[in-house]
Design a protein around this ligand. Structure first.
Ligand code: P6P
Length: 337
């Protein structure tokens, strides 16, 4: 009979791995876990409470805002405000960064970037959605945190994770020492360790891309899609096409089974669609920590310079041998001139 290990117990146990850690990051991760449980409760009853519906507003991304988007955003920000360890929040749902200027947070040294409810357009059709978070230590040391603290490269992250609200609710995170997954046990109301030391297979047979945009894709992506579709027993092709349209769900499946997810820069989204700070950098950190790879087709995601809050990027992410093959196609057929 395996002993249950809760997220809280695990965090404290691992805290000892961080020299001079005074527990701030541990408290921050627990604050995020609490917000995830609150959001999970509402995601599971969205249809009952009309939370899946549009609230009539358009967010900075130009997307219809769902009531649940706003609710999730409020819950994460509230948890971070009350926890006292976070000085700035960057959110997909907020145009500007949020300065947590409060007495309890006056010595806070962490920046948290969140996509509070990724894939929310899927809620009204009952498809898995997720929350994504990314944590940085502030760079500046005096006064209020500034934009310099926010626009840091992905390689500077101290932690990152996602919550997937699916057939079960899971929280998966890394602090740079591997990836661990926790499943919410509703009978306990706790996230319990269910997937220790997660690794993404080096190879996979799943490719995940919205082929509806095929005509807009660069030649390198078109060539890679055709590569996936060609019969070749020795390399287990043709691969399987799987596309949920919810990044967290697509990447979580690939994390477990192996595979590649591609959302490239393309003719209709020249800078890509997905956001660097609170989608691509945290997912890249997690996937790399699990042994996978993440690039924009040419450069490592975590090395990309961050210049804008809602900056977008193309992304090729997943099993490292599959990403390598796709990058090879990009170099050959869509070289950077
Ligand atoms: P498309 C959801 O809106 C999202 O931000 C990601 O979760 C998802 O991978 C992507 O957009 C889907 O975009 O253009 O294929 O509908």
């Amino acid at each position: 009979m395996k002993a249950v290990k809760t997220l809280g117990q695990f965090i404290i146990e691992k805290q000892a791995e961080f020299p001079y850690a005074k527990g701030e990051l541990s408290r921050l991760l627990r604050d995020i876990g609490i917000a995830a449980k609150v959001v999970n409760r509402e995601v599971n009853r969205a249809g009952l409470a009309d939370l899946a519906l549009d609230n009539g507003f358009i967010n900075i991304q130009g997307e219809n805002q769902k009531k649940l988007d706003v609710y999730a955003n409020e819950q994460f920000i509230l948890a971070l405000q009350q926890g006292g360890e976070c000085c700035v929040v960057v959110s997909e749902e907020s145009d500007e960064y949020i300065d947590i200027d409060s007495e309890i947070s006056k010595n806070a040294k962490y920046i948290v970037a969140i996509d509070p409810l990724d894939g929310s357009s899927n809620i009204d059709v009952n498809v898995s959605v997720g929350s994504i978070f990314s944590i940085y230590r502030r760079k500046t040391t005096d006064g209020r945190a500034s934009i310099k603290d926010v626009l840091q490269r992905g390689s500077e992250q101290v932690a990152a994770g996602y919550v997937i609200y699916g057939s079960s609710t899971m929280l998966v995170y890394t602090t740079g020492k591997g990836v661990n997954g926790f499943t919410l046990d509703p009978s306990l109301g706790e996230f319990c360790l269910s997937h220790p030391k997660m690794r993404i297979p080096d190879d996979g047979v799943i490719y995940s891309i919205n082929e509806g945009y095929y005509a807009h894709f660069p030649d390198g992506v078109k060539k890679y899609i055709k590569y996936c579709q060609v019969e070749d027993v020795a390399t287990n092709r043709p691969f399987k096409a799987r596309y949920i349209g919810s990044m967290v769900a697509d990447l979580h499946r690939n994390m477990i089974k192996g595979g590649i997810f591609i959302y490239p820069a393309n003719a209709s989204d020249p800078k890509g669609k997905l956001r660097l700070i609170y989608e691509c950098n945290p997912m890249a950190f997690i996937i790399e920590q699990a042994g996978g790879k993440a690039s924009n087709g040419y450069e490592r995601i975590l090395d990309l310079e961050v210049t804008e809050l809602h900056q977008r990027t193309g992304i090729f992410i997943g099993s490292k041998n599959m990403v390598n093959k796709a990058e090879e196609m990009m170099r050959r057929f869509s070289p950077i001139t």
